[in-house]
Write a protein that binds this ligand. Sequence first.
Ligand code: FAD
Length: 373
Amino acid sequence: MDILVMGAGVGGLAVARVLLAAGHRVRVYERAAEWRTGGAALMIFSNGAAVLHDLGVSLDDVGGRVDRIDAMTAGGRLRVSMDIAHAAAHHGFETRAVSRRDLMELLADGVPGDLVRYGKACQDVTQDHDRVTATFADGSTATGDLLIGADGHHSAVRHRLWGDAGVRPATFGTWQGLSPIDIELTRTHRHLMITGREGACGLIPAGKGMLQWWFDVPWSPGDRRPAAPLAELRRRFGHWASPVPEVLAAATEADLTFFGHHWRKVGPVWGKGRVTLLGDAAHIMPPTLGQGANQTLEDVWVLGRELARDGDPAVRLRAYEKARYPHISLVSRMAKRNPANWRIPPLLGRLIPETSQTAMLACYSNRLTARSR
Ligand SMILES: Cc1cc2nc3c(=O)[nH]c(=O)nc-3n(C[C@H](O)[C@H](O)[C@H](O)COP(=O)(O)OP(=O)(O)OC[C@H]3O[C@@H](n4cnc5c(N)ncnc54)[C@H](O)[C@@H]3O)c2cc1C
């Protein structure tokens, strides 16, 4: 088939790889004028790593391996400990914190250099029984057999299909950075997730002396950005237990970026006719569980399998959406909650088995729970 993909982010590149490998003609259209490799680190859990493995992408020696996630109180007491190495042993794939740049470069490796057409902002999508046409902001058009909207958070394809009703701000946003911060934690494989009344903080060793760090704070779209965000973070979180003050002391304003989060209820049908959605376009949610990129890769894996089967392509697209629905619906509902609200008292936390993430990852995943067809 002749397949049009809107968006050259993680999902757009990954799905292009799968479809090219299956022998389809693929054209990817990206709104940005050039290749976008920005961003901090993404957590690739066993489920995302399994899909990457199937795409021929190895994460060996990329980023930092995460063996344990410790949820802490602001005062430094352990709430819950999660044995992520157990999930790796059980599912066969490690969890790693990988910079978005590294992931994008790995996905782009081996795809034709002219696959992505830049400066093409999709504005409209129309279809008849046999073909689908994208219209771009520059007035040009492209026509193919299928169209995949992988155009991220503020998807124009989703807007064209469903409008923006249902997209809601998630009440919080994240200040984050990926920078060389020389503290003991950076040299470990331990991810700290700290929650208190003031918000939440995540610290993830990302390999080669880099630390991924983030702070969740209350946010709504009308809020003014603070003039000096780092000073504001130091004021808000600087009294938390070590290593939070050390991280804030070593961070610089230049390291900081802000994301305000949104959420939309995921339904069992994402597309219409010869059009579907994939990744953030289909399931916009806050990064509470660190599953955004992983769920995008799960979409890619299921869509690739559905399109490899015979039959009406529109029917195959609906089968893909239906197969993803139970998993993404669970992830999306859990991710909706601000992590700062998950302040499990330490005494209660001791009752939660350390290996609980192993089973949770299976619940989140089509790939890890698939039986071969
Ligand atoms: C520059 C950037 C930095 C990011 N940094 C982080 C980060 O630090 N941490 C984190 O957890 N997540 C980050 N994300 C989000 C994360 O990459 C995604 O949540 C996840 O990987 C899902 O991938 P996706 O392909 O659905 O969306 P994305 O990776 O967001 O890709 C969507 C792509 O579609 C393009 N696009 C948008 N509108 C149109 C249009 N109308 N027509 C054509 N193309 C369009 C965008 O420019 C983008 O390249 C970042 C995304 C981007 C684009």
